[in-house]
Design a binder for this molecule. Structure first.
Ligand SMILES: Nc1ncnc2c1ncn2[C@@H]1O[C@H](COP(=O)(O)OP(=O)(O)OP(=O)(O)O)[C@@H](O)[C@H]1O
Ligand SMILES: O=P(O)(O)OC[C@H]1O[C@](O)(CO)[C@@H](O)[C@@H]1O
Ligand SMILES: [Mg+2]
Length: 509
């Protein structure tokens, strides 16, 4: 509580940064900004010169990750402790060179010039910018829950303390607001405190939406003297992390701001996917299997399962592919008609006539235009973070199906399952646990090396560091309806377009 009070009362303490640099450099230094203007992001690439880098060309470059030495010309340089400590000596034998990159675009098309985006490879560096004893680290978790958050917290702690010898690691409670709310004191992490947390779902630190006050957050970071800030969260959280990074730069604070992507919706750009997604898809199988059992065991049985995915239908798409029992997969990216010969209801009738049952998976954000068309009074509500609150598509769809068959005097047995929160509140499966561990390690290696304003993630199965600005600039990823993966879903479900007129014909009208 005392520290929280300090955070409130203290103004930004610039001398802390200076003292830190004195400590880390081993001599009296002040934080000196280089005289020449530094473009933190310009690619150090061979392919494009920064001078004429247009947006398109920028995409085809090595993405330079901001480094504290871009902000100041007297940042520390210490041999990594990983090289000498008994337990980590082997890791130290494979330091990642500063210029090693991972190619993002690996498909080579005949006769086309192949130029790929490249991202800096994550992993331990031979030199660190921080002396471990000078590091005070903060960890915060924001947004919705996701399997594996606690594993990331634990591994951040373990990597910082056991690998690098950092002594002070704090947990910020209840998301961003925990930096500055007097009632939410920080938690000092210890090995006892983290020892069992990876077996639990949720976030032991707590999470929240809203409550992002940039001034207060950055002032608290300065007042507490945090040198590393690890921010675990989704697309909104990472937009916040970029703002924190920029504000730290403005205030000339020597702080590494690192994002760790948390997204069961799989909607963060550039990365292959992140922790918790596989677990969520696995957990969704239980509900789909139950829906299938109910459907085949009832007369004209219909199993309807709603899964999460506000803007992106990845969970539904992969859960459908994994199941093999799904007849219709509805995601936010597709438009479908309910009524009419080619609409969803007629398709369900045909399935009942031919197979006797059917299983439908619907993502949270699917069918929105249909629902809004039916409900003139629908108000656009928003949550505390500004995300749109959607009407419940599962309940709406089950009512529409029941109404349709009642009007036709046909008996059906519809069972509606909504495992939305179950699939994100469980602990992670083994592959996700490993991903949590590697992401956390990669985050700490990057921060210790002095990188900042980046998110760690997996691109083409390799761990990389991506500038937060790029993640923000790209916006959300959505299912590509012309991708082979979506075509595989259509082939697996045998679902038709579910439109009475093809979009082209409508457009031609
Ligand atoms: N554009 C933004 N700038 C600054 N902060 C933001 C922004 N968008 C969201 N935030 C903050 O980030 C935190 C989490 O945002 P949000 O609730 O949108 O979840 P998320 O990170 O997108 O995760 P998910 O959607 O996967 O649950 C909130 O505290 C919110 O206030
Ligand atoms: O009910 P809450 O906590 O706002 O979370 C719902 C949202 O969280 C997510 O699971 C993302 O974390 C989305 O799929 C969903 O729209
Ligand atoms: Mg989000």
């Amino acid at each position: 509580m005392e520290e929280v009070a300090a955070a409130h009362s203290a103004t930004m303490d610039r001398s802390r940064s200076d003292r830190f640099l004195e400590e880390t450099e081993g001599g009296p230094r002040t934080l000196r900004r280089s005289d020449t203007a530094v473009d933190l992001y310009h690619p150090f690439t061979k392919t494009v010169s920064p001078r004429d880098a247009s947006e398109a060309q920028f995409d085809q470059s090595v993405y330079r990750v901001p480094h504290l030495r871009d902000l100041a010309d007297n940042v520390g340089r210490f041999p990594s402790p990983l090289a000498t400590a008994v337990a980590t000596r082997s890791l130290g034998r494979s330091f990642v060179p500063e210029t090693e990159t991972i190619l993002a675009d690996i498909m080579s098309k005949k006769d086309a010039e192949t130029v790929s985006r490249e991202y800096l490879r994550g992993g331990p560096r031979e030199y660190t910018a921080f002396h471990p004893k000078s590091v005070k680290a903060a960890i915060v978790t924001c947004g919705g829950l996701c399997p594996g958050i606690n594993t990331v917290i634990r591994e951040l702690y373990m990597t910082l303390t056991a690998m690098y010898g950092v002594e002070e690691v704090y947990g910020v409670r209840m998301g961003y607001r925990g930096f500055y709310s007097p009632e939410l004191s920080l938690v000092r992490l210890t090995s006892d405190w983290v020892s069992d947390i990876h077996h639990r779902g949720g976030s032991v630190l707590g999470s929240s939406r809203g409550g992002f006050d940039l001034e207060m957050i950055v002032s608290a970071i300065a007042a507490y003297g945090f040198r590393h800030v690890y921010i675990i969260g989704g697309d909104g959280t990472q937009r916040g992390a970029q703002a924190i990074f920029e504000e730290c730069c403005q205030r000339r604070m020597c702080v590494s701001v690192v994002g760790i992507p948390k997204t069961i919706d799989n909607d963060i750009a550039i990365i292959d996917n992140s922790f918790g997604f596989v677990t969520a898809v696995e957990e969704a199988q239980r509900a789909i299997r139950a829906a299938h059992v109910e459907a085949i065991s009832g007369y004209h049985g219909i199993g309807l399962v709603r899964l999460m995915g506000r803007h992106s239908g990845y969970i539904s798409m992969f859960a459908t592919l994994a199941s093999g029992d799904v007849d219709v997969c509805l995601i936010p990216e597709i438009e479908f008609d309910l009524a009419g010969d080619c609409g969803l209801l007629s398709h369900i009738e045909r399935l009942l006539d031919t197979k006797g049952h059917c299983v439908i998976v619907v993502a949270e954000g699917a069918g929105l235009s249909q629902m809004l068309r039916d409900d003139d009074d629908a108000d656009e509500a928003h949550d505390a973070s500004g995300n749109v609150k959607l009407p419940n598509v599962g309940i709406w769809l089950s009512e529409e199906i029941k109404r349709h068959f009642r009007a036709r005097g046909r008996e059906i047995n519809l069972k509606y399952l909504d495992p939305s929160y179950e699939i994100r509140s469980v602990p992670p499966v083994a592959t996700d646990t490993i991903m949590c561990t590697l992401l956390a390690q990669s985050a700490v290696h990057g921060a210790m090396a002095g990188y900042t304003g980046f998110i760690c993630g997996v691109v083409n199965t390799h761990h990389v560091m991506i500038p937060l600005r790029e993640i923000v600039r790209k916006g959300r990823t959505r299912v590509d309806l012309s991708s082979r993966m979506w075509h595989r879903v259509l082939a697996s479900t045998l679902q038709p377009p579910l439109r009475n007129q093809s979009p082209r014909k409508e457009h031609d009208k």
